[in-house]
Design a binder for this molecule. Structure first.
Ligand code: NAP
Length: 289
C-alpha cells in the first residue's frame, strides 16, 4: 500500500521501518527533520499534507496537542488530497478521539483509532499489540498495515474512541505495576535487601509477565536513560485516564495517587527519563523518613 507516516519519534520510526520491511511504499513527515534521518527505504516529504495522502495515513504523534496542531489547525482535512483512511495510533484522550471521528466523518475520511501496546524495540520488530476500532470496512482495508506493525490486532468495534479507552485502561495498569514495584523495592531496601533481588524473585515467579519483567529490570538496575517511554508521556496518560473516568462517572482513586506520584517525579526533573523512574519516588520518600 501507499502510506504516509506522520510523527517519527521513538515509536513512529520503528513502525515506519516495519512498514518498509513488509513492502509498503512509505512517505514520512516529522516536525523536526532530524526525526527522519537514518530511516532506510522511506520517502521524506516536506509537509504533513504530503504525508496525509495515499491509501492511508498513520499518525504517531506525542499527544492531543500535537494531533490538534498537525491535523486540525494544520487544516489537513479542509479540502485538498486526503488519504483513503487515517490510522490514528497515538495515545490520545477519549474526548479528542470522539472529536476527530466527527471531523473526519464530515470530511469523508474514514477514521480508525489504533493505539498500541509495546515499547520502541517492539515497534521496531513489528510486534506491537494494536487495539483497533472504527468502521469495519476501513479496519479491514488497514489490516495489511496493522499486520506489518503488529503481532496481533485486537478489535474493539466500530466506535473509535473505545480503542482509546482500552489503551488508557491498559496504561493505568502498567503504571500501577511500576508504582507497586517501586514501593515494594523501597520496602525491602529499608530492611537490607536489594530491590533487584526482590524483583528477580517476583518477576520470575508470581509476576512473570512482560510489564513486570521489562520494567522490573530497569528498576532493579536504576536504568532510566535513554528513555523508551518517557515519564512525561506516562503522566499524560494517567491524566487522560482520569479525564475519561470523569466523563463516564467512574471513580479511580488509585489513578489519583499515581498522578500525584508522577508529578513528584517530574518535579524532581525526571520528565524525560524512562517511565520506570517513577519507582524512584518511593525510594526517595523512604530516605527522608
Ligand atoms: P516521542 O519519541 O516523544 O515522539 C513524539 C513525536 O510527536 C515526535 O515525532 C514529535 O516530533 C512529535 N510531536 C510532538 N509534539 C508535536 C507538535 N506539537 N507538532 C508536531 N509534532 C509533534 O514519543 P513516542 O514514544 O514515539 O510516543 C508516540 C505516541 O505513542 C505517544 O502518544 C505515546 O503515548 C504512545 N506510545 C508510546 C510508547 C513507548 O513505549 N514509547 C508505547 C505505546 C504508545 P519532534 O521529533 O519534532 O519532536
Amino acid at each position: 500500500m501507499d502510506v504516509g507516516v506522520i510523527g517519527l519519534g521513538r515509536m513512529g520510526r520503528g513502525m515506519a521501518a516495519s512498514l518498509v520491511r513488509a513492502g509498503h511504499r512509505v512517505r514520512v513527515w516529522n516536525r523536526s527533520p532530524a526525526g527522519v534521518e537514518g530511516l532506510e527505504g522511506v520517502v521524506p516529504v516536506a509537509t504533513a499534507a504530503e504525508a496525509f495522502a495515499g491509501d492511508a495515513a498513520i499518525t504517531m504523534l506525542a499527544d492531543d496537542a500535537a494531533l490538534r496542531a498537525v491535523i486540525v489547525a494544520g487544516g489537513l482535512l479542509d479540502g485538498g488530497t486526503c488519504p483513503g483512511l487515517h490510522l490514528s495510533m497515538s495515545t490520545i484522550s477519549v474526548a479528542l478521539a470522539q472529536d476527530l471521528a466527527a471531523i473526519h466523518a464530515r470530511a469523508g475520511v474514514p477514521y480508525v483509532a489504533a493505539p498500541v501496546f509495546g515499547r520502541p524495540d517492539v515497534a521496531a520488530m513489528g510486534k506491537l499489540n494494536i487495539v483497533a476500532a472504527g468502521d469495519p470496512a476501513a479496519v479491514a482495508r488497514a489490516q495489511p498495515l496493522l499486520d506489518a506493525m503488529g503481532a496481533r490486532t485486537w478489535a474493539f468495534g466500530s466506535e473509535p474512541h473505545r480503542a482509546n479507552a482500552v489503551k488508557l485502561a491498559g496504561n493505568f495498569m502498567l503504571i500501577s505495576a511500576i508504582e507497586a514495584m517501586g514501593e515494594a523495592a523501597a520496602l525491602v531496601e529499608g530492611h537490607g535487601v536489594t530491590g533487584g533481588d526482590l524483583l528477580d524473585l517476583l518477576t520470575n515467579t508470581l509476576f512473570a509477565s512482560p510489564v513486570y519483567k521489562n520494567y522490573g529490570a530497569l528498576i532493579a538496575d536504576h536504568r532510566y536513560e535513554p528513555p523508551g517511554f518517557a515519564l512525561k508521556l506516562g503522566a499524560k496518560d494517567i491524566g487522560l485516564a482520569l479525564d475519561a473516568a470523569g466523563a463516564a462517572g467512574v471513580s479511580m482513586p488509585f489513578a489519583d495517587v499515581l498522578h500525584d506520584t508522577l508529578i513528584a517525579a517530574m518535579d524532581h526533573g525526571d520528565a524525560d527519563k524512562d517511565l520506570a523512574a517513577l519507582a524512584e519516588v518511593a525510594r526517595r520518600r523512604s530516605r527522608t523518613v
